[in-house]
Design a protein. Structure first.
Lengths: 338, 345
């Protein structure tokens, strides 16, 4: 960071100013002129928090996608279907057992098994044929989508969060100052979303630690760099592939439970989240967990801010960000050059 | 595959008998087929095939699997609805057909060129991801934009012009219109792939580095391929909007974009004919699956499952599609010998 400030003093100043301005926007109560110009601070903060929590959900879906892509070179276009499948199974488990938390391990195992079957019986037979694998995953997504439509129908489902997660919680962020008493009014936000954000951060940090501090992570990183060499040095790489695919699929399934709680599940959500993961991964850089986190945050915030301030064109913002990244940095923010 | 070229035979003698039969059947079809068959089955097959042949051109000859072709077709269709007359008089400009059609082709080509320029910055599977993302963005945009694309409801009553006093939406004229357009597009693809540009494009597909070393501008060839393919896609899109007499965001959704890929792959993505064979199979399955599924006690909606499984089977077992299966069957027939004498049968 010091080095960056020394080599690019002008850019460092601009970045510092932007950060300070952003912190001021978030922390300080807004003067009335500003509220008159761009609306209430509560709206802004809600959009920002909505963007961050949506980014957390996108991260959960996209991190599995990017991990699978980074190591196995499979663009798994059935990833959105795994998300939706996880959501539906989570809904059934929550309804059947009455426990929301039990849904997570069950969904992880169930969707992980689907992923295991996909990798073991289909993708493993066409290793290296990237285009064919992608086409197969498209076929799988068509089949899975129709099977799910068959079983669960076209209506939308919402998984109920347990009692103590329902309702709002107060955050230490000032939304406005009461003009008569002078008291600060703090922002209130649905607590389940805050907990999901925390969970996503924990999962992200855990993934980073596993990847960078354990021997399994060492194998995976070596596989991303050069899998032929790794296989030649005696590692049973198919097992590593299988583990990563199962983990990525299970993560998508768990994200489905989260998505079912947070929003709702219906046919079509699979393509929506597949698209979101694609854009997140393109923006963040293929195969990079940190890149996926940054991309998810950027896309989530852009989508929510767009929804609040320019409702018609919110999707176009996402697309414009993607186009800009592709035009100026085709490998994504943190992607390694190919 | 190709018959031996004898110099003393005229060009039309070199065309195999099967082709003449197919052409004769297609040309005389209005004599014996009913209107539903002409308009829905054959018309739709030709339209889907025309859009899919643009993907075949890009993927089979350019090596770029783009999921954008349906969006480009949809944009051309939208332009016909917006610039020409439609039921939504508050938006449609109602211009004459000779302005509308060139404008639709031009706008679609500009869009395809821009998106192509973006997509060719990447290769292989990345192209699929990026074109899928652009296609989705375009779909959501048309669904949310009410000032130009009229949002969720889209446009209806988009009718073809009454040229030469013929109602081109009547089954027989529409059939011949689709047949003519499809044949032209097929011929154009075959012609282009044998032209210097097409050969250079195939070189770029096989080895971009070597082509660059030979002095070809790889990026320009790829972008030009996107622009050329947009013409075929636009033809299909305009016919599609005339056939349905309406266009809405659902026409260009992600499932529709994937259907085009499915059609091209099922038929065989290496050859232009595959697009039409695939389209015919797809349409037959879609039109007749309710009856067939009903007899086995399934709901008619399981059509997508059949298409998906068929697509999976083709990708898994015959990557060059149904035409590849046909070729292999013929090759095995040709190799078969009489078990007693050893002479070829």
């Amino acid at each position: 960071m010091d080095k960056f400030a020394k080599t690019n003093p002008a850019w460092a100043l601009v970045i510092a100013l932007v950060v300070v301005a952003f912190l001021w926007l978030v922390l300080a109560p807004w003067p009335t002129e500003l509220e008159a110009a761009i609306g209430r601070k509560r709206v802004f903060l809600n959009a920002l928090l909505g963007g961050i929590t949506l980014g957390a959900l996108y991260f959960l879906v996209a991190s599995g996608f990017t991990l699978i892509f980074g190591l196995l070179r499979i663009v798994n276009l059935a990833h959105g279907s795994l998300f939706l499948l996880g959501g539906y199974i989570g809904y059934e488990v929550t309804n059947y057992t009455g426990s929301w938390f039990l849904a997570f391990p069950i969904v992880f195992v169930a969707v992980g098994l689907v992923g295991l079957a996909m990798q073991r019986f289909i993708f493993a037979y066409m290793e290296g044929e990237e285009l064919r694998q992608t086409l197969v995953s498209i076929g799988l997504s068509v089949v899975l989508a129709d099977v799910m439509l068959w079983y669960w129908g076209g209506q939308s489902y919402t998984t109920l969060a347990p009692g103590f997660l329902r309702g709002p919680m107060e955050l230490p962020l000032i939304s406005s100052i009461n003009t008569t008493s002078g008291e600060a009014i703090f922002i209130r936000y649905p607590s389940v979303r805050i907990w999901i954000l925390i969970a996503a951060i924990v999962i992200g940090v855990a993934m980073w630690l596993v990847l960078n501090r354990t021997s399994l992570g060492m194998l995976i990183r070596a596989g991303v760099d050069d899998r032929e060499m790794l296989a030649a040095s005696g590692v049973r790489i198919q097992l590593v592939f299988l583990a990563v695919f199962v983990f990525g699929a299970g993560l998508a399934g768990m994200a489905g439970v989260v998505g079912g709680t947070f929003q709702s599940l219906s046919p079509g959500e699979d393509t929506r989240f597949l698209l979101a993961s694609l854009v997140v991964v393109i923006v963040g850089g293929m195969g990079s967990i940190v890149g996926a986190a940054i991309g998810a945050l950027v896309i989530g915030i852009a989508e929510q801010m767009g929804l609040v301030y320019a409702p018609t064109y919110s999707v176009v913002f996402t697309f414009l960000i993607m186009a800009a990244v592709l035009a100026f940095r085709p490998q994504g923010f943190l992607g390694a050059g190919r | 595959m190709a018959p031996a070229r004898a110099p003393d035979r005229l060009w039309f003698e070199r065309i195999p008998m099967a082709w003449w039969i197919v052409v004769a059947v297609l040309l005389t079809m209005p004599l014996f087929a009913n209107n539903f068959w002409l308009f829905q089955v054959m018309g739709w097959s030709f339209i889907l095939g025309t859009i899919a042949v643009s993907l075949t051109f890009l993927a089979g000859y350019g090596g770029m699997v783009s999921l954008l072709q349906m969006s480009i077709a949809g944009l051309a269709g939208y332009m016909v609805a917006i610039l020409g007359p439609s039921g939504t008089t508050s938006i449609s400009l109602g211009l004459a057909w000779w302005i509308v059609l060139p404008a639709a082709f031009l706008i679609a080509a500009v869009f395809a060129t821009l998106c192509g320029a973006l997509a060719v910055r990447t290769e292989g599977i990345y192209t699929i991801m990026i074109t899928l993302a652009i296609a989705a963005a375009f779909f959501y945009f048309t669904r949310q934009n009410y000032t130009i694309f009229n949002g969720y409801s889209g446009f209806n009553l988009v009718l073809p012009p009454q040229l030469f006093g013929v109602n081109w939406r009547d089954p027989a004229p529409f059939y011949y219109l689709c047949l003519g357009c499809a044949a032209l597009c097929y011929g154009a693809v075959v012609y282009i792939t044998r032209s210097p540009f097409g050969l250079a494009l195939q070189g770029v597909r096989d080895n971009p580095r070597r082509m660059a070393a030979l002095g070809f501008n790889v990026t320009a060839h790829r972008v030009a391929a996107h622009a050329l393919a947009s013409v075929f896609a636009s033809v299909g899109g305009i016919l599609l909007v005339w056939q349905n007499a309406q266009i809405a965001p659902g026409t260009i959704g992600i499932p529709a974009a994937i259907d085009i890929l499915v059609v091209a792959v099922i038929g065989g993505i290496r050859r232009p004919l595959g697009a039409f064979v695939g389209a015919f199979i797809y349409v037959i399955l879609q039109v007749f699956s309710p009856d067939i599924l009903g007899t086995f006690g399934f709901s008619a909606e399981r059509f997508k499952l059949i298409i998906g499984l068929g697509f999976l089977a083709v990708v898994l077992f015959s990557p060059d599609g149904v035409l590849g299966l046909w070729d292999r069957w013929r090759a095995r027939r040709a190799r078969r010998v009489d078990p007693l004498t050893g002479a070829p049968r």
